[in-house]
Design a protein around this ligand. Structure first.
Ligand code: MLT
Length: 409
């Protein structure tokens, strides 16, 4: 008799963005004429940069030749991409990360979700609240979260991030072994300054805590005092694993490519106190469960770093950030309190008085035909907030903001 992993049964029936898609589908079926503007899931809308397309074509042609064909690639990613990443993302910024500390993958969602495979079941996990649901759900699946009581998992530590604390989480007051940090933050679009991030790194080093740092949105940073990588902070290479993604940076949500940085100096303990390199364990996990990102996709990712690719990516990022600027101005004009949108493509707004975040979701959907994401879907401290993404088409974004300002369709 096969037994199920009962931890899965503890999870809400569907993943946040699947639930939103379901509700929108139901509404669309009932109102086929509705011109719905989607600002819910943070999915890009611009076509891939030309440099990426051209690299894809070349790689496809190569795969059709006897000499250029490639079967299984290295599980950690091809050397050409790992080298390019090290040069462009780290070495050029004075950060000492080596090629064998980079693991290319099919994206940060998989890696942030899978990293728990190499961590013991008894770790106490802390998350900022609100939070990208993958961190929480995957710990539920692994049996580390306890029971869901009034919107919170009993064995997880929640670090509220609200307008009252400027969306800067306070250090945990109880024992924690692992903490997930995501900056620029999804969903709030807010950031930590270099000084604020140093507090976390110093605390992690002092208390022997592992930081799982999601930097999927670093390319959107516009302010100088906001670090792009946690490794800009001294000592972070001893306590942090960093996740990066080409999804939002270069439009790869459909292509799938990201990478995880696991410095050799990052270790965790065995029950007997002996320390083990996490790089070794992640490598072992990937070699067993992952057969590498497709060659053509890795060539496409490499092209992001060509001169042409860099210029095209810059243009893409500024298109989305211009949307964010338009949104912030319009929402403020309409009287909403808005956060984020300066170093990240997400706008995090307070719902109007008297509306829960799901009620506001329904109101926007049914009265204005705009889809957003209810803040509470990201955690209990997200109640009373609402997220809109700046990844939409420019004209549709302007149209959505007009609808909001008018308060009608
Ligand atoms: C989001 O909307 O939060 C993200 O697009 C989801 C993701 O990156 O998986």
């Amino acid at each position: 008799m096969a037994l199920v992993n009962e931890n899965y049964l503890k999870l809400p029936e569907s993943y946040l963005f699947s639930e939103i898609a379901r509700r929108v589908k139901v509404y669309k079926e009932e109102h086929p004429e509705a011109n719905i503007i989607r600002m819910g899931i943070g999915d890009v809308t611009l076509p891939l940069p030309k440099a990426v397309i051209s690299a894809l074509h070349d790689a496809v042609e190569e795969m059709g030749t006897k000499e250029g064909f490639r079967g299984y690639g290295p599980e950690q990613g091809y050397e050409f991409l790992r080298k390019t990443i090290v040069e462009n993302e780290f070495k050029s910024k004075g950060i000492n990360i080596k090629e064998d500390e980079i693991f290319v993958s099919d994206g940060a969602k998989s890696d942030t979700g899978n990293i728990g495979d190499i961590l013991g079941k008894n770790n106490i996990i802390a998350v900022t609240d609100p939070v990208y649901p993958v961190y929480v759900d995957t710990n539920v699946m692994a049996g580390r979260a306890g029971e869901l009581v009034e919107g919170k998992w009993s064995e997880m530590v929640y670090l509220p991030c609200t307008k009252e604390n400027g969306f800067v989480p306070a250090l945990p007051q109880s024992k924690v072994d692992v903490v997930y940090l995501c900056y620029p933050n999804n969903p709030t679009g807010t950031t930590l300054t270099r000084e604020e991030m140093k507090v976390w790194v110093d605390w992690a080093l002092k208390n022997d805590v592992l930081i799982l740092f999601d930097a999927a949105y670093e390319a959107f940073i516009s302010e100088d005092d906001v670090p792009h990588s946690i490794y800009e902070i001294e000592g972070a290479d001893k306590c942090a694993i960093e996740f990066r993604s080409f999804s939002k940076t270069a439009g790869f949500t459909g292509l799938r490519c990201g990478y995880t940085v696991v410095p050799h100096a990052v270790t965790a303990k065995k029950e007997n106190g002996e320390r083990v390199e996490l790089n070794r364990l992640w490598n072992r996990r990937q070699c067993t469960k992952f057969n590498g990102t497709a060659y053509i996709i890795q060539r496409a990712a490499e092209a992001v770093y060509s001169d042409e690719g860099k210029a095209q990516v810059r243009e893409m990022l500024s298109y989305y950030m211009q949307n964010a600027k338009v949104m912030k101005a319009a929402l403020e004009e309409a009287g909403y309190e808005v956060f984020g949108g300066i170093n990240a493509p997400y706008l995090w707004m307070k719902t109007p008085a008297g509306y829960t975040s799901w009620e506001f979701f329904d109101k926007l959907l049914t009265e204005l035909n705009i889809v957003g994401t209810p803040g509470v879907g990201f955690g209990p401290s997200g109640e009373g907030y609402f997220r809109l993404t700046a990844f939409g088409d420019k004209d549709q974004t302007v149209e959505a903001m007009e609808r909001i300002k008018r308060g009608t369709l």
